[in-house]
Design a protein. Structure first.
Lengths: 291, 327, 333
């Protein structure tokens, strides 16, 4: 029965997958997210669309064979906009979340492990960020930096890390007191080594579950910004489409094909992340796991 | 003679349903407790000693059930009682000091209220004044300063909390108290104080007592009789003197020899080789035979019956069977 | 004679700041000090096992940690191999860490649950011998695991701690110390969390390491009988001070301090023929925040006199190697 490192890791990963796929809610979330990811990558190939193309349809035309989801106020195809929006939402979500979670993890780990003054300073900074009303802050930042998609990602990333930082700090505090940390110190390990090698792997499951929730809030934030007209005008996101619908009176004239599809997509995408986050929480947090 | 038994356990089997099948946690357990007598149940963790106690309290967890056997309390079979009838028994007649229970006190409730609650739950008609008087009385009984009844648990040390737990168990004047590891996790001197307290209470209140522990020395300080359990069976039972000085079963022998004595030779206590069997698939025959230094062929196939050695001393072992008393 | 000492501790004190409560902290200016270790002298020779025995709150664990520089000490001087501790010097600390190690109490807490056994055992090598190849590391890990009785070692390499029993985990912890064969080990209650049936094996393993490598131990325990069994000398600690120290035989024979005598009298035993007189002390150990004046044991001492309330007794030599801190020396049992 000789085992090797790779086999054991693979077996553990399989075990995790088995648990995950036996969780109905997680599975639903996974299927929904997979659908959006596939749509984002394959959609533009199957159904080419370019915002700078000359509009081909009538103004605010109802869904038809040529334009399955109708057209906007300039006669542009709305299905194409919807498909390209998926890519933007996912990109903003994942990249914004990686920035947020990275900052949050570094801040939380150092505050929790080093403690003392470092902890006080970092946590007051976090508290300060937390009490600032996020939306106005994001709007000011977005206006200052200019409205390109990379700036939006940056702004979302720089404002969304506080929750992660608090979470990682509290987890770090609980692991810091464990004997294996003292054992590592006794062997001569320095702080960086202990934080990266000993604490991070133990906190990782929590960070992972948290990333998913941060992603969904990043997507919502992008939508909000775009809806308020602070988005990148050259990349058609769902928020951008909603903004167009709102500005052109689509709601009052009953052009549901303009605002309903992006609205529903946002809800479904955010819901898929919420489901995933919920199920990961259940799998990774033994206290919540039902017997 | 029979009438004087406060507790009589007959052929008790307690099983647990688990994913992998059925765990035979307690099998074929028999013992009797006379009025005012105390018995110790000793064994390694997982040998079924706590399960036996929970069955007597009617407090088996959801997946556990009594498969067979009867439990008589004051001559009345209590095994088939429903929950409502159990509630009349529990705490009023039989109470229990749970393992590590001192950490289960509610940290935001004053001690007086926590003990009061235990009294009121089992005597719904009692008045507030009576409860307070009773709490003070109990505090005196277990050697706690009655001025401290309005303290919170964190203001009590470990030993004092354990006294509170004993007071709670005594709250309704039970006839029988079951103590599950009542001194584990306490310092040596506090352990000695608790042992003195328990002995003192036994003298004063004339209760029956069952002490469950892995530590034979506590039993030798408190109990009149000892039951040695291994893998769900009682392998040997008898008076404390008989068990310690005239043990018959090889497992008892190992347990006693594992006990260091600072007045003997400096030798490392012998450990028992191997590990207790998997409760899902215990070995055939005598359950101890894979770890036994005396096992012979018959031990592998046949579960040994009890042999009497007089003075209510029984052991279940093929090897000592029929041997003279000086084996 | 002097240079056969591995560890020499002089007047070691470790104080912690205590919190009295939120409001009391606001009002008070002077901080309350918990005097966990309060002026202790101790030395351990090469190849010697010294047990430090005391109840919880006696400061024995803090003492062990202070010797390994895992907690900061307030006063006192420490020497390792006749060399004063130079904790600011990284190079000195590195050699110290290589030669002085610790075995922890709780094998469920002291092994990182995310590390495989191979990584746990090889971890000390990372800090000490960085130039080893993968194969060299693996063969050292296998050797250490086999020493610790986990055979065949290759079956254990890629397991996680949760797959092992408490006894096996403690063997892993011992293997991870054995791999760098330190000169001195602080063993903090190494068997108290284990089932009685595996305790002896773990203790034997530690003794075997002493035989093979000449390791010295500071064996911290609350179990007098175990201390008597394994050690050359025993020190009894009460409220941050050593009250009696001497050869292990003082336990079964001629101990002097009333606290030691009381502890021995209540020692668990199953010898029902010779029931000895038990001295059960009243009350509990006072808080180290509020250590009694004079002899710190006088509040519970069965033979305390007026002198004990005023004067703290020094640790005085009674016989060869046997010291006790008591104004009187009366046999109680």
């Amino acid at each position: 029965m000789s085992r090797n490192r790779f086999d054991v890791k693979l077996r553990n990963f399989r075990g995790f997958l088995r648990l995950f796929f036996s969780n109905t809610i997680g599975l639903i979330g996974f299927i929904m997210l997979a659908f959006f990811i596939i749509a984002a990558f394959l959609g533009p190939i199957v159904y080419p669309y370019d915002i700078t193309d000359v509009a081909k349809g009538d103004i605010l035309a109802q869904p038809s064979r040529e334009f399955p989801l109708g057209t906007d106020q300039l006669g542009r195809d709305l299905l194409g906009a919807l498909i390209s929006g998926a890519k933007i939402s996912l990109m903003v979500g994942f990249m914004g979340a990686s920035i947020s979670v990275s900052i949050g993890t570094i801040v939380g780990l150092s505050a929790g492990y080093i403690g003392g003054k470092v902890d006080s300073i970092l946590m007051r900074l976090t508290d300060g960020m937390m009490v600032l009303p996020v939306l106005p802050l994001v709007m000011v930042l977005a206006a200052l930096l200019g409205t390109s998609i990379s700036n939006i990602i940056l702004v979302i990333g720089l404002t969304g890390w506080t929750g992660t930082a608090r979470l990682v700090r509290s987890q770090t505090l609980s692991f810091k007191e464990r004997q294996f940390i003292e054992r590592a110190r006794c062997m001569g390990a320095n702080n960086t080594y202990i934080m990266i090698k000993h604490i991070l792997p133990n906190v990782f499951p929590v960070i992972f579950a948290n990333t998913i929730l941060v992603t969904s809030s990043a997507i919502l934030r992008e939508t909000t910004l775009s809806f308020l007209g602070l988005g990148d005008p050259l990349s058609v996101s769902w928020g951008q489409t909603l903004n167009g619908a709102f500005n052109n009176g689509a709601v009052s004239i009953g052009a549901w094909w303009y605002y309903a599809p992006p609205g529903v997509c946002i809800i479904l995408l955010v819901l898929s992340f919420t489901f995933l986050g919920y199920s990961f929480d259940e799998i990774l947090n033994p206290k919540l796991r039902e017997r | 003679m029979e009438d004087r038994n406060i507790l009589k356990v007959e052929d008790l089997n307690v099983f647990f349903k688990v994913n992998g099948g059925i765990v035979r946690a307690v099998e074929n357990v028999n013992f009797q407790l006379k009025d005012g007598e105390s018995i110790g149940i000793v064994g390694e963790s997982g040998c079924g000693k706590t399960t036996t106690a929970l069955a007597i309290m009617g407090m088996l967890p959801g997946n556990g059930y009594v498969d067979n056997g009867r439990i008589f309390f004051e001559g009345e079979d209590i095994i088939n009682k429903d929950e409502k009838q159990w509630q009349r028994y529990r705490w009023n007649k039989i109470s229990m000091i749970f393992q590590g229970a001192m950490n289960s006190l509610n940290p935001v409730m004053k001690i007086r209220r926590q003990i009061g609650e235990a009294i009121r739950l089992h005597n719904p008609t009692i008045t507030k004044g009576e409860i307070n008087a009773r709490v003070v009385e109990l505090f005196k009984l277990v050697g706690l300063d009655e001025k401290r009844i309005n303290y919170y648990p964190h203001e009590f040390s470990g030993g004092m909390k354990q006294r509170v737990m004993i007071a709670m168990a005594l709250a309704c004047n039970p006839k029988l108290i079951i103590g599950d590891e009542p001194t584990t996790a306490l310092d040596l001197m506090i352990q000695a104080q608790i042992i003195d307290l328990i002995n003192d209470l036994r003298r004063k209140l004339n209760m029956g007592m069952i002490i469950i522990t892995h530590d034979l020395s506590i039993i030798s300080e408190i109990c009149d009789r000892v039951a040695v359990m291994y893998a769900g069976n009682i392998v040997e039972i008898g008076s404390i003197e008989d068990i310690i000085e005239n043990y018959k079963h090889p497992y008892t022998e190992k347990l006693i020899k594992a006990f260091p004595s600072i007045y003997g030779d400096k030798r490392m206590a012998e450990s028992i080789p191997g590990a207790p069997p998997n409760p899902l698939s215990p070995p055939k025959g005598c359950r101890f035979h894979p770890r036994c230094h005396k096992s012979i062929d018959i031990c592998k196939n046949v579960l040994p019956k009890y042999t009497s050695f007089g003075n209510r001393h029984f052991a279940a072992c093929h090897v000592v069977k029929g041997d003279s008393l000086n084996e | 004679m002097n240079n056969d000492k591995v560890i020499e501790v002089n007047k070691l004190s470790v104080y912690f700041n205590a919190r009295a409560g939120f409001f009391k902290d606001l009002i008070r200016k002077d901080k309350i000090m918990v005097r966990a270790v309060d002026g202790v002298d101790l030395s351990i020779s090469k190849g010697e096992i010294v047990s430090l025995v005391g109840e919880s709150g006696s400061g024995k664990t803090t003492m062990g940690r202070a010797i390994l520089n895992l907690v900061h000490h307030n006063t006192g001087s420490l020497k390792f191999n006749d060399e004063a501790y130079d904790i600011k010097n990284k190079k000195w600390m590195k050699t110290f860490r290589k030669k002085a190690q610790m075995i922890f109490q709780d094998p469920y807490q002291s092994l990182n649950p995310k590390f495989m056994i191979a990584d746990i055992v090889s971890e000390p090598l990372k800090f000490i011998e960085k130039k080893l190849s993968e194969e060299e590391i693996e063969s050292k890990v296998v050797e250490a695991l086999e020493f610790a009785g986990l055979k065949p070692a290759r079956d254990y390499l890629y397991r996680y701690p949760y797959e092992l029993s408490g006894g096996q985990r403690q063997r892993v912890a011992i293997a991870s110390v054995f791999i760098i064969s330190p000169q001195f080990i602080v063993a903090d209650e190494p068997v108290s969390m284990l089932d009685a049936s595996v305790r002896a094996d773990i203790v034997k393993l530690m003794l075997q390491m002493k035989e093979e490598k000449g390791t010295s131990y500071l064996f911290i325990t609350h179990d007098l009988a175990l201390a008597w069994l394994v050690s050359d000398r025993i020190a009894i600690m009460y409220l941050g001070k050593i009250v009696e120290i001497g050869p292990a035989e003082i336990i079964s024979g001629n101990c002097i301090h009333p606290y030691t005598q009381a502890l021995i009298s209540v020692l668990s035993n199953i010898d029902i023929k010779k029931k000895r007189k038990r001295i059960v002390l009243k009350g509990e150990t006072p808080s180290p925040m509020n250590i009694p004046k004079g002899c710190r044991f006088h509040t519970r001492c069965p033979i305390a006199k007026e002198k004990c309330e005023k004067e703290e007794p020094p640790l005085i030599k009674r016989q060869k190697n046997h010291f006790a801190a008591c104004h009187f020396s009366k046999r109680l049992i």
